[in-house]
Design a protein around this ligand. Structure first.
Ligand SMILES: Cc1cc2nc3c(=O)[nH]c(=O)nc-3n(C[C@H](O)[C@H](O)[C@H](O)COP(=O)(O)OP(=O)(O)OC[C@H]3O[C@@H](n4cnc5c(N)ncnc54)[C@H](O)[C@@H]3O)c2cc1C
Length: 497
């Protein structure tokens, strides 16, 4: 172990240190504050909000992706309203798939698919679907087999293959079936046909996919405001503060060193990517855990935000680009998320999203080259002529997506074995649990971790088994969450002796 700097006092009992001030970490602090505990948050960036922060370029606001506020978790929605009050807008959703120079509504609608594909192609898709139902591929372990078995290979090729491969940067037969079952459960050929025949039969779910909540000035408004509230309630938020070292011993986590300062605490709640957490353990962890760090992989992300002359370039909030001839995977139209994202109403701000790996050709390309590529691709897609370009900036985001591949489960087993040794550490959030969580579930893990600090016994990993995040999924009521209590076999201990 390296020599330790002097400890920073944390004036609260119990003393809670939260690593990362994204939605999960902030919400954990918020719940603790509600329960009377003031915590300290350590955040690497200059701004709170993590992947859900809003960025600004010459007065234009944009998200990392577009962040819909959409949840079936009642207590999360209450917090959104509590913090944002009248600044949470109800927005209409329009998102389409661009494939073969045509726009398909997304979520898919049977009548629209038939109209755009044409009768002959629909017949081919029908035959391919029947074939897959009669002779499904077994075992069903990959994304490709999971989707093809349910939709037929032809629909898989049209609507799933290209975009999925853009997002993950690997062939669909290398992506775990689990990802498909988490993200597209509930969608089936039958559900599509039923919705075409009886359009109002699932009115509730459909209306939820047709509108969403969105803060007036982007998701950053939520997280900046929550950060202010926390500070007013006596919490400490250290920005520009990188967690460098996590000291531990046989009894638990002892302290965290960040920016050369040592912070002792009784409870530690981490939303850091698991790979990073393991690499910061001091003394170095046993070999089985050190090796597990290599089991976690991530997909990185670039947004080229461009300002264009002209309003109403297209009506969508975002468009999925399935066209394999361009590298862009998705295009956001931020003015359609909230008009306040765009200061000059005679202009538009689009976000061209490129999925990549840190260090690959796209990641390493100079900004000017990426901006030129964005200009070319927008023109190729027919969405904006090169002459409309006014301004642009490039944003590179590490670890935007936790990858579900062949190794991450093994890694999770190891990290959970480690957590049993250090009961005063809890992992929360998206990369914190290596789970494809949206804001709401990231927040929920933060809330439950906070309650565990005060003696509750929620097993956050069990929560995921019971409540997959899905638009078509089940609601999670406060009562159901309460019923999950006692699922945690290990009660996090108080101050380690
Ligand atoms: C492209 C994209 C689109 C999305 N769209 C939506 C959407 O429409 N709706 C939705 O609800 N969710 C969406 N999400 C998901 C949402 O962004 C996440 O669920 C949420 O941000 C996760 O919160 P978190 O606190 O777990 O993690 P993060 O937001 O990743 O926060 C973790 C924090 O830890 C900090 N950190 C990391 N390392 C260190 C270190 N060494 N020291 C100190 N701090 C550190 C980071 O800087 C970060 O602030 C989207 C995500 C992406 C990438």
């Amino acid at each position: 172990m390296q020599p330790s700097p002097q400890a920073e006092p944390l004036a609260s009992d119990p003393r809670v240190l939260i690593l990362g001030a994204g939605p999960a970490g902030l919400t954990s602090a918020y719940e603790l504050a509600r329960l009377g505990v003031r915590s300290r948050l350590l955040e690497l960036e200059a701004q709170a909000g993590g992947l859900s922060r809003t960025l600004e370029h010459n007065g234009y606001l944009f998200d990392i992706g577009g962040h819909r506020f959409f949840t079936k978790v009642a207590m999360v929605e209450r917090i959104w309203h509590e913090v944002l009050a009248g600044d949470l807008l109800e927005r209409p959703r329009l998102s389409r798939i661009f494939y073969n120079s045509r726009f398909f509504k997304y979520p898919l609608e049977a009548a629209d698919v038939v109209a755009r594909l044409g009768v002959l192609e629909v017949l081919r898709c029908g035959l391919s679907y029947l074939h897959s139902r009669l002779r499904p591929v077994r075992p069903e372990v990959t994304f490709e087999t999971w989707v093809s078995n349910r939709f037929g290979r032809r629909l898989f090729d049209i609507f799933f293959r290209t975009y999925t491969e853009k997002v993950w940067g690997m062939p669909c037969d290398k992506i775990a079936a689990e990802w498909a079952s988490q993200r597209i459960r509930g969608l089936s050929v039958w559900a599509l046909l039923k919705s075409a025949l009886r359009p109002s039969s699932d009115g509730g779910a459909r209306s939820l996919t047709r509108q969403f909540l969105y803060p007036r000035r982007g998701p950053g408004l939520m997280w900046n405001r929550m950060a202010e509230l926390l500070q007013r309630r006596g919490c400490t938020l250290d920005l520009n503060t990188a967690v460098e070292r996590i000291e531990w011993d046989a009894r638990g986590i002892r302290a965290v060193v960040a920016n050369g300062r040592r912070h002792e605490a009784d409870h530690f709640i981490s939303s850091l990517p698991i790979r990073e957490l393991i690499s910061k353990l001091d003394p170095a962890p046993p070999a089985w855990l050190a090796q597990a760090a290599g089991d976690f992989h991530y997909r990185d992300f670039i947004t080229v935000a461009v300002v264009l002359r002209g309003r109403d370039l297209f009506p969508d909030n975002w468009i999925y680009i399935h066209d394999p001839r361009v590298a862009v995977g998705r295009i956001q139209n931020y003015g359609n998320w909230s008009p306040e994202m765009v200061p000059d109403p005679d202009t538009s701000c689009l976000g061209l999203e490129y999925f990549c790996f840190e260090g690959d050709g796209l990641w390493a390309a100079p900004d000017a080259q990426l901006i030129e590529q964005a200009r070319r691709e927008l023109s190729h897609l027919g969405l904006a002529p090169p002459s409309a370009f006014l301004d642009a900036c490039v944003l590179r985001i590490r670890k935007a997506y936790p990858v579900y591949d062949e190794s991450y489960r093994r890694g999770l087993d190891s990290i959970r074995r480690f957590l049993a040794l250090v009961p005063n550490l809890q992992l929360i959030g998206r990369n914190g649990m290596h789970r494809y969580n949206n804001q709401d579930h990231s927040m929920l893990t933060g809330i439950l971790a906070a309650r565990n600090v005060l003696g509750a016994r929620f097993d956050l990993w069990e929560l995921h088994r019971n409540s997959e995040h899905l638009e078509e999924g089940d609601e999670i009521s406060d009562e159901e969450i309460a019923a999950l209590e006692q699922s945690q076999p290990l009660t996090p201990q108080g101050r380690p002796a």
